[in-house]
Design a protein around this ligand. Structure first.
Ligand SMILES: NC(=O)c1ccc[n+]([C@@H]2O[C@H](COP(=O)([O-])OP(=O)(O)OC[C@H]3O[C@@H](n4cnc5c(N)ncnc54)[C@H](O)[C@@H]3O)[C@@H](O)[C@H]2O)c1
Length: 251
């Protein structure tokens, strides 16, 4: 019975920003649980092709779509491609995100706007892109927020605003889509070993680590496990939550 509860065989999952880091781990995790994957990415064809091959090795189908999710039209193409190739969408994981950290005094409007579009407008854009098929069949949306969305952080006014916005969007969508049997949740990772964390200077990384009760950064796989859980029948009565995965960083 437990195995069945985590089985995603026959499901189709759209994962944004899936060519590396947390998105890649989520795409592979969902595939391992049985889902076919529409893998969105923005830059590297080579990275996306590598992930596609890894998914296919697991015996699942994978279609890659290059699109900037911050752009409304390009995001609609992701939904269209999923329908063309698979004929349905069961799961959407809004993972794509960037940071452009600066103290507010030095943050340009362009840095504000780029992060808002990529991290928050993208969640609106991609949800719109799949909302019709999802509402028809039922399904799941998981969006990647962050511990920073709840705590705030010096130099991250743009990033924190988007991650807090995702939580409000998630709660609203959970209410709007419950009647269509669509569950909508967010995850709020703490600091995870990816290229994004690599942009933080080494001394600041050490200071951050001291604030994590479990004493280490998370791995992309630990974030993927929680996401697969929220996407699976095991979480069938969970909607509107933000699941914190942070080694105790925010208790
Ligand atoms: N790494 C962390 O410590 C951490 C903590 C909390 C939340 N997060 C969130 O997790 C998500 C993934 O982060 P990561 O650490 O794996 O970062 P990453 O930089 O390794 O990967 C980000 C992914 O998003 C894609 N992307 C960026 N802009 C895009 C766009 N406009 N359109 C489509 N795809 C785009 C990138 O190509 C890449 O595949 C982000 O939303 C991030 O904010 C990360």
């Amino acid at each position: 019975m437990l195995e069945q509860m985590y089985d995603l065989s026959g499901k189709v999952a759209v994962v944004t920003g899936g060519s590396r880091g947390i998105g890649k781990a989520i795409a592979l995790g969902l595939a391992e649980a049985g889902a076919d994957i529409l893998l969105n990415y923005s830059r590297s064809d080579k990275e996306a092709d590598k992930v596609k091959k890894e998914i296919e090795k697991l015996g699942r189908k994978c279609v890659t779509v290059r699109a900037n999710v911050g752009n409304f039209q390009q995001a609609q193409n992701i939904g269209k491609a999923a329908m063309n190739h698979f004929g349905k969408v069961d799961i959407l994981v809004n993972n794509a995100g960037i940071n452009r950290d600066r103290m507010l005094k030095r943050m340009t409007y362009e840095q504000w706007e780029e992060v808002i579009h990529t991290n928050l407008s993208s969640v609106f854009n991609c949800t719109k892109a799949v909302i019709d098929p999802l509402s028809k069949e039922g399904g799941v949306i998981v969006s990647v927020s962050s511990v920073i969305g709840e705590m705030g952080n010096i130099g991250q006014a743009n990033y924190a605003s988007t991650k807090a916005g995702i939580i409000g969007f998630t709660k609203t969508m959970a209410r709007e889509l419950a009647g269509s049997n669509v569950r909508v949740n967010a995850i709020a990772p703490g600091f995870v070993e990816t290229d994004m964390l690599g942009t933080v200077p080494a001394d600041i990384r050490e200071t951050i680590k001291k604030d994590i009760p479990l004493g280490r950064f998370g791995t992309p796989e630990e974030i993927a496990l929680a996401t697969v859980y929220l996407c699976s029948p095991a979480a069938s009565w969970i909607t509107g939550v933000t699941l914190r995965i942070n080694g105790g960083n925010y208790i």
